[in-house]
Each structure stands twice: as C-alpha cells, then as structure tokens.
Unconditional design. Sequence first.
Length: 256
Amino acid sequence: MAKRTARRAARRMQEHAHYDEDSNVRRLFDEPQWSPLDNTKYKSDNHEQKYRKNIRAQNDTQQKMLDAIDERPLVFAVGAAGTGKTYLAIAKAVEALDSGAVRRIILSRPAVEAGESLGYLPGDMEEKLSPYLRPLYDALCDRLSSKRLKALMAEGVIEIAPIAFMRGRTLNNAYIVIDEAQNCTYGQLKMLLTRLGWNSSMVVTGDPEQSDLLPGLSGLSDVVGKLEGFDNVGAVRFSRQDVVRHPLVAEMIDVL
C-alpha cells in the first residue's frame, strides 16, 4: 500500500511539472522551438510573438510610421517585405475605430495574382475575392475577435473591397488602408488618393521591388516621389534592417 501511494504521489508531481505556475492548463510542449531552420544562429529570447493590446514599434522606422500616421492624413509606407507595414496600418485603423476618431475602416488591395493565373473562381463576389484579401483578414483577426470582426463587417463598419470598386466614392470619417500598392498603376493610385474625404486618414503600403505588374506599369514610386514633399503627406521607407520576420528574410532581400 505504501509503495502504491508513493508511486501515485510521484506521478502527480511529474504531471504537475507540465503545468504553468498558477494555471490549470497543461502545456503540450515544455520547450517549444520556433526556428524553422533549427539553427541557433536565429534563436533569440524574444522570438515568441505575443498579442499586445497596444502596439509597440520594433525599430526606429516603425516608430516613424506610427508618428506619421498620428500627425498626417496621408502616409506612404514603402520598402522591404516583412517590415510590418500592413500590420501597423491595420492596427492603427482598429485603434482609431475603438477611440471614436473614425466611424469606419475601409481596406483595399488590388486583385492581382503573384505570377500565376488562378483562372475561374467559384462562388459569389465575396468568395471570389477572398483569396486576394486574405492577408487583410489575417491582420484584422489578430487585432479583433472573430465574432466582433464578423459583426463589424456585417454592419458595414469594416469594409474590405477591391480597388476596382472604389471609383466615384467619397470616404468621409474613415480610416483607409491601401495594401500592396505596388500592384496599382499610376491611374489607379490617382483615383484612390482622390477618394480621401473629411476627417479621414489614408495609409498606402507597398514594396516597389515586388510588383506583379509588367515592368513600368506600377505607379507607386512615381506617386510617392511627387507627393512626399507635401506638408500633410508622410513617406516612410523601410529597408532590410527593419525586417521583423525571420532573420533569413533580411538576408535574402539583398540577393534575390
């Protein structure tokens, strides 16, 4: 009997070791490994990404972007992939909506395929556009609960629309994010920028080096060059040093 009791106590102690302190939930893995390369070169103490209610800049360029959004109604965030441009823009949009600074959020990006044709997609308009707009949904889901996001979209408070449906609109009391702007022509960007209405802010993000249009068709660089000198227009440029994805991304940018 004494031996059986000792074995039970030892088993309970062993199971308790898998629990977090002051928690009733057992962890599946004691030491979760993040690096896909399993290389200690890329392992660090801050690799674990946790949700934060209030976003915080990870580098000086991100801080410049956040400051520009707070100070100017139109901001261009251009540069290297993986620098957090889209995420910061959408996080600030949700923050503005929650604070009552704007009444709605409008997110838009071009429906351009990355080097391959998907052909005919079944379903209604929303289902056809869903693959192109998926990155925006992902960023929104990270800042809002799924239930609240669905409710806000059903009420029209959050609208995700392709660029083709933006002509003729006047966007008042809104926070507008134009994502993947490197896949917009000069004419499309001109149309989008002139949608800006009263009490509205617009953030345009993109990487001119990753355009899926034919050479010379992307208008992002030309538009930024013409408007960045305006007092009420901010232009923030990201480089490989600002990458917040896997460190290997920063190394690949210079050679690809």
